[in-house]
Design a protein around this ligand. Structure first.
Ligand code: ADP
Ligand code: MG
Length: 637
């Protein structure tokens, strides 16, 4: 029987999780790709234009449709995949609702060409906004081609709601990757605006994963294999040392369908217990096969969430098998010269790198003697609430200010309000001399050595006495503020200088990430990055901003990509702002780092030399003050 599509009876249709199928171009991509997979195609081409806004076309070599089916497939609840409600619990296909084509045809211009193998001729149908425009007999190859043009042409509000091409493209890419990863045995090609994004020949899981992610993925993968009565697990997890900042590359496939599961994700994370740096995320590609009658796919309209009968058993098996794999493959760390940051550190930074921050305890310190610090305070006319208005002259902090004659560092916080220093209030808080910068923020030899006036507590706060009492600075937030202002200034006002790398750096990224990098390139260049080349899966970087080290570059870019998950801001101002924030976040000293006295000193001075020292770039307070009276009150109790 060549015609197979039937209209589902109402009572079956009504049991199907209802929801909007078409939200954006990526939804069309998902539905069309899944239909091609369900048609047993071995070769599937995805062609899109303008991130899918003007065209999404999927061409397959699958089983095609008869003349009757070619017309019927556009009807709502018309499907060849299930007949009765029970079939929902033994699904072997991606689709089953018979809704996708009807929904897409209602809001786009659609052209379909289809032919079954056994037929001489095929069918060519044009349908626009659910209206059949034409139907013709045509000479066609075996298989089906759907072209969807002008999405939301009849719903301008929805069309306007679509995000930038970059964002929509990322969604398309996500859907493509999910389907292509789930079906390595199918040859997929993907073109965007005429250029080939992917050409993935039929392969095994590993080859497909590497083909989709990037050339460097292979060495990161650890295989996972487990076969039990209730579940078969295959796939790969990444070695802990390659864990990333963002959650980009985490995939579960259940019976060849991409799904999201917070619960199973937790099982994976539990298997990595103790192996990951705080907050980092491992990539994983896990293929689970379970008996179809032990899951319910029909709980969510996009079919990306499913319900398992025995979730806790799956959790335990998944966790144990990943733990086992990690144990087996991580006993001997692999020497990877490409990744060894010590090897690619430019020589002239070597010594600076080696300087480990230490605590310096002043054994002669006696809190009850009047130290000379107090003398510095006598000039201050007011308390710390006025810091933001002045203190610019004392910017001894940071490599950028090497040329500035530093005033004795800590007291510079107070001199800003002095009339004799009023000039410095007018001048810019930063004096830049880019040729003379150093890589480390904490290596300013010109800072005058004075007796200790700052103390680090709990590797988190810097405490220092001031005239009115004391100030407590949050080291991480303070440093974020300082770096943020430096980067912004660099990007917007001064010409950033960059350090030339001895050997250009090759960094590999997925195509989606590469698109983002491509878009951000101009802004990144203003910070000091020099891109020699951008390929489809990697960038060659030959220069980097002066205030970061080579080994920090991958981290900085990764953080940036992760911060841009929700899209790149439209205007260049907010683009710069986002980049500056992101780089400040990655490069700031963290809570938990020891700071030497000099580093503490530089940090505090640097903070109060900022335009806006009170808050971090993420709107959190950077310091608090405690007045002597407040302390007195506590003792009065
Ligand atoms: P569903 O996939 O849920 O059945 P769709 O609206 O996506 O619903 O498709 C309706 C029907 O059209 C499918 O059941 C299938 O029979 C037929 N069809 C859709 N796409 C293809 C294709 N690429 N090749 C062959 N048949 C197709
Ligand atoms: Mg379908």
């Amino acid at each position: 029987m060549s015609s197979i599509i039937q209209l589902l009876p109402d009572h079956v249709a009504n049991q199907i999780a209802a929801g909007e199928v078409v939200q954006r171009p990526a939804s069309v991509v998902k539905e069309l790709l899944e239909n091609a997979v369900d048609a047993n195609a071995t070769d599937i081409k995805l062609i899109i234009k303008d991130a899918g806004k003007s065209l999404v076309q999927v061409i397959d070599n699958g089983k095609g449709m008869s003349v009757t089916d070619a017309r019927l497939c556009f009807a709502r609840h018309a499907t060849s995949k299930i007949r009765q409600a029970e079939d929902l619990f033994s699904l072997a296909t991606k689709g089953f609702r018979g809704e996708a084509l009807a929904s897409i045809a209602a809001i786009a211009h659609m052209e379909m060409k289809t032919k079954q193998d056994q037929d001489e001729l095929g069918t060519h149908i044009v349908i626009e906004g659910s209206k059949f425009v034409s139907q013709e007999v045509a000479v066609l190859p075996k298989g089906t081609s759907f072209a969807v043009k002008n999405l939301f042409f009849n719903i301008p509000a929805r069309r306007n709601f679509l995000k930038s091409d970059t964002v929509e493209f990322r969604h398309v890419m996500d859907e493509f990757q999910r389907v292509a990863l789930a079906h390595p045995n199918i040859h997929f090609t993907f073109y965007h605006n005429g250029s080939e994004m992917y050409n993935l020949p039929a392969a095994g899981y590993r080859q497909r994963i590497v083909g989709i992610m990037s050339g460097k993925t292979n060495e990161k993968l650890v295989p996972v294999n487990e076969d039990t009565e209730i579940i078969n697990i295959q796939g790969f997890v990444c070695k802990p040392e390659f864990a990333k900042k963002n959650r980009g590359e985490q995939f579960f496939f259940v019976n060849d369908r991409f799904i999201k599961s917070g619960y199973l994700h937790h099982a994976v994370m539990a298997a990595y217990d103790g192996l990951l740096k705080d907050g980092s995320q491992p990539s994983y590609f896990l293929y689970l096969q379970v008996p179809p009658n032990t899951i319910d796919i029909n709980i969510h309209p996009t079919k990306t969430e499913i319900k398992f009968d025995d979730e806790s058993a799956l959790y335990a098996i998944l966790r144990a098998s990943i733990k086992h794999s990690l144990g087996q493959f991580n006993v001997a760390p692999v020497l990877d010269f490409d990744r060894d940051s010590n090897l690619d550190t430019p020589y002239h930074y070597k010594d600076m790198q080696a300087e480990t921050p230490t605590i310096q305890v002043d054994s002669t310190f006696n809190p009850f003697t009047d130290d000379k610090t107090n003398q510095h305070f006598s000039k201050a006319s007011s308390g710390p609430s006025n810091y933001s208005s002045g203190s610019s002259s004392g910017s001894s902090y940071s490599g950028y200010s090497k040329r500035v004659e530093p005033t004795a560092s800590w007291e510079s916080l107070y001199v800003g309000l002095d009339t004799e220093n009023s000039e410095s209030i007018e001048s810019s808080p930063f004096t830049f001399e880019n040729e003379e910068v150093t890589s480390s923020l904490f290596n300013d030899d010109e800072v005058e050595q004075t007796s200790q006036k700052t103390y680090q507590i709990h590797k988190k706060y810097i405490v220092s006495p001031i005239k009115s009492g004391m100030v407590i600075v949050d080291q991480q937030r303070a440093h974020q503020r300082i770096l943020y202002e430096q980067f912004l200034l660099n990007m917007t006002v001064t010409q950033a200088s960059s350090q030339q790398l001895l050997f250009p750096l090759d960094l590999f990224y997925s195509s989606a990430e590469m698109e983002l990098i491509e878009e951000l390139k101009p802004s990144l260049e203003t910070t000091g990055f020099v891109f020699d080349a951008t390929m489809s899966d990697h960038v060659v970087i030959s220069g980097i901003p002066v205030n970061i080290t080579e080994s920090e570059v991958p981290l900085v870019i990764e953080q940036l990509l992760s911060d841009l998950q929700d899209g790149i801001p439209a205007n260049s101002y907010s683009q710069n702002d986002t980049i500056a924030k992101s780089m400040a976040k990655s490069l700031s000293v963290k809570t938990g780092s020891y700071l030497t006295e000099k580093e503490q000193d530089n940090l505090v001075n640097g903070l109060f030399a900022c335009k806006d020292p009170n808050i971090s770039p993420f709107q959190k307070p950077t310091f608090i003050t405690m007045r002597v009276e407040d302390i007195d009150k506590k003792f009065a109790l």
